[in-house]
Design a binder for this molecule. Structure first.
Ligand code: ADP
Length: 555
């Protein structure tokens, strides 16, 4: 701006200088012409007065005195009698010269014309003397251009000085115009020292400022709302522009793509997401195609929905939604496996029962073996019942179909009862079961808590060694109640710890028939624990015994 004002001023200065120089020169030239004319008039008057007083000899007297004015005397017939610049014998008859002819007829004549004799433009002024002869005085009439060129150095020098002075003035003036504008404090426009002409600008700046401030507040509000919504979402959300640069990303999305960087806005999505297939899915959204796919990202199964955003027919960007479906996927897999396992688990005892019954019916069993066959049928049937019982419990826990009402209950009393019901079994296996601790109150569903304690104690006896022991202990720690069941049994090798709570998972599958286990006991324990906001911990190893501890929130 400053340089534009300065340049404009400079052009103005140059134009002014040029025009005023030309104008002044024209005036000067005009004046010069007038001076020449006056001088010639004077000259004519003096010379004619001289001739009158002295006679024509006067001309010879003044010949050579004035080298600027040419003096010519022409006879009545036009013959040149005297000329102080040229040799009269070589001169033409001058009767036809405009000023001479005019002077002869009118008494006075003048003209400006080119003189061949002197090879230059001349002013001519002629007067008729008393005897009829004509006295003519002439002076060189320089053209305006010639005069201009004669004085060019001076003109340029003056113009240059004027230019330099105006240059300094223009610079200062520009500074004076621009400085107040530069000094306007946009934050506090009203406090700026300005000249009057800037007031409308300041008013406008003030208005614009308050308008912008208002819009900023609105924008901030909207942005906060957007952040609050997106950060509250369980889904990951990424908004991309049409080039694939991230306009917005919520923390959940960062978490799901496994990024540790916090602010990812402004970077390209390819820098954030390294999985090739995911990149391709997002790219197809930026090409205008909606895609929904599941990917494994960092041990999680993430469902990715990439939606193109259109404006008219043009893709303006993409919205990518990421949903963690690991749990859903896992639950589905478990359900599928469970259905397959259930069919298999049910089929085995039923096939046995069918086989024994058929043998009995066809009389293929020896009389003395009949009883044992009946017993086998009863065993298999009871195994089937236990299995179906467990399956029903699990599916009830899964679906939460029955109304599972929690009430305040004492784990100590519950454990005491269960140990009582298992007394026969423990005696048979010569296992000592002890109960340690005191009252331990929790909120729980009595039937489920009983199942939980039963399964733990039952396993502790079942997988124990003869003459082994089981210790059920109740204690409290940091606002929680701990129930631990510890045995001196065969233990669970470390490599099975991860899977021991899965449905139908057994450490020793070949012996499961002997132990009569269904493989669902610990799975039920885990479900019940989760239902009561409990935490399970397992401490066990091969031949080292097992301790399973469950902590519940204290009532
Ligand atoms: P099961 O009906 O076979 O006992 P569970 O789900 O109760 O099924 O247990 C799963 C597996 O964990 C069992 O088959 C057994 O191998 C192992 N297990 C459970 N409890 C104990 C324990 N106290 N000592 C050793 N192994 C155990």
């Amino acid at each position: 701006m400053r340089s534009r004002i300065f340049v404009s001023m400079l052009i103005l200065v140059l134009l002014t200088i040029m025009l005023s120089t030309l104008f002044l020169f024209a005036v000067y030239y005009q004046q010069l012409s007038k001076d020449v004319e006056r001088e010639m008039n004077n000259g004519v008057a003096y010379v004619s007065a001289g001739i009158k007083a002295v006679g024509y000899d006067y001309l010879s007297e003044i010949d050579g005195l004035d080298r600027n004015s040419r003096i010519t005397l022409v006879d009545l017939d036009g013959t040149v009698l005297f000329d102080n610049f040229a040799d009269v014998s070589n001169m033409d008859n001058h009767r036809d010269r405009e000023e001479i002819a005019e002077a002869m007829s009118e008494g006075r004549g003048q003209s400006v014309r080119f003189s061949k004799t002197l090879d230059s433009h001349y002013y001519y002024l002629a007067v008729r003397l008393d005897d009829g002869k004509v006295l003519r005085i002439s002076a060189r009439a320089d053209s305006i251009f010639t005069v201009f060129m004669d004085n060019i150095v001076l003109i340029i020098a003056i113009a240059l000085v004027a230019f330099l002075i105006l240059l300094i003035l223009a610079r200062q003036l520009t500074k004076r115009i621009v400085e107040p504008i530069n000094k306007i404090d946009l934050e506090n426009p009203d406090e700026s020292e300005i000249y009057d002409e800037l007031s409308p600008l300041i008013t406008r700046i003030r208005k614009q400022r308050s308008h912008i401030e208002q819009q900023m507040v609105e924008l901030k509000k909207k942005q906060d709302e957007f952040i609050a919504i997106t950060e509250g979402m369980d889904e990951g959300l990424i908004v991309l522009d049409k080039m694939g640069y991230i306009l917005s990303i919520n923390n959940r999305a960062l978490e799901l793509v496994g990024s540790s960087r916090s602010d990812q806005t402004g970077i390209h999505f390819l820098e954030l997401i390294r999985e090739f297939q995911v990149q391709k899915t997002i790219e197809s959204a930026l090409d205008g195609k909606f895609l929904e796919k599941s990917f494994k990202i960092e041990n999680k199964i993430v469902e990715l929905r990439a939606n193109p955003v259109f404006e008219g027919k043009e893709v303006k960007g993409a919205i990518v939604l990421l949903v963690d479906v690991t749990e859903k996927y896992r639950a589905e897999t478990i359900r599928k496996e469970f259905s397959a396992n259930v069919s298999h688990e049910l089929k085995t005892p039923l096939t046995s029962i069918y086989g024994y019954a058929e043998l009995l019916k066809n009389g293929l069993v020896k009389e003395e073996d009949v009883q044992s066959f009946y017993q086998r049928i009863i065993d298999e049937a009871s195994r089937l019942i236990t299995l179906i019982d467990d399956i029903i419990k699990l599916s009830q826990l899964d679906e939460r179909t029955t109304d599972l009402v929690k009430e305040k209950l004492n784990l100590y009393d519950r454990a005491k009862n269960i140990i009582g019901t298992l007394e026969l079994m423990s005696q048979e296996k010569m296992i000592t079961v002890t109960l340690e601790g005191g009252d331990a109150w929790i909120y729980g569903v009595p039937r489920l808590i009983d199942d939980l304690i039963y399964n733990l104690c039952h396993n502790a006896i079942k997988y124990n060694r003869p003459k082994g022991s089981v210790n059920v202990k109740l204690s409290k720690k940091a606002g929680r109640v701990l129930l631990s069941v510890k045995d001196t049994g065969i233990g669970i090798p470390k490599e099975h710890h991860d899977r021991i709570f899965e449905r139908f998972y057994r450490v020793d599958k070949s012996h499961s028939k002997e132990t009569g286990g269904t493989g669902l006991g610990l799975s039920i324990v885990k479900h019940i624990t989760n239902y009561h906001e409990g935490i399970i911990s397992l401490d066990s190893d091969r031949d080292k015994g097992t301790e399973i501890t469950i902590s519940f929130p204290e009532a």
